[in-house]
Design a protein around this ligand. Structure first.
Ligand code: HEC
Length: 102
């Protein structure tokens, strides 16, 4: 039995598990592409018709809101439907874009 190989394999899988807890780094350009769907309701600045503005939020707050809609922890029919189609990569990209949209 080769103990050194076993140790390396264990260290590697522990590293992978930690990586899953981290937010993926978002690509703001992909976020800008995805945001066209959001823009029909969310204006770039200011509230309109009771829909909150989503630009300028921190990456953490923004992703937490979308994850909460996706898991239905936070209920809203429209946002639950929209968030259910977003992957973690999509959410990270949108968060990166909306943190400081051009
Ligand atoms: C059909 C209209 C509509 C579309 C399209 C839409 N939203 Fe929303 N969104 C809303 C409404 C209404 C709320 C407020 C819901 C509530 O009260 O919880 C909201 C809330 C949010 C919030 C929470 C804001 C806060 O300050 O609490 C975020 C984040 C958000 N939307 C992101 C998005 C993203 C990202 C997209 C595009 C992928 C998107 N929305 C598309 C209507 C929309």
């Amino acid at each position: 039995m080769d103990h050194s190989k076993l140790t390396i394999a264990f260290a590697f899988s522990a590293g992978m598990a930690m990586a899953e807890d981290r937010l993926p780094e978002g690509d703001p350009e992909y976020g800008a592409f995805l945001s066209t769907e959001c823009m029909t309701c969310h204006q770039t600045s200011g509230e309109s018709d009771g829909i909150p503005p989503i630009a300028g939020q921190s990456i953490q707050a923004f992703s937490a809101a979308l994850r909460a809609y996706r898991s239905k922890e936070r209920m809203h029919p429209v946002m639950n439907m929209i968030a259910s189609r977003l992957t973690d990569t999509d959410i990270a990209a949108l968060a990166a874009y909306y943190e400081s949209p051009e």
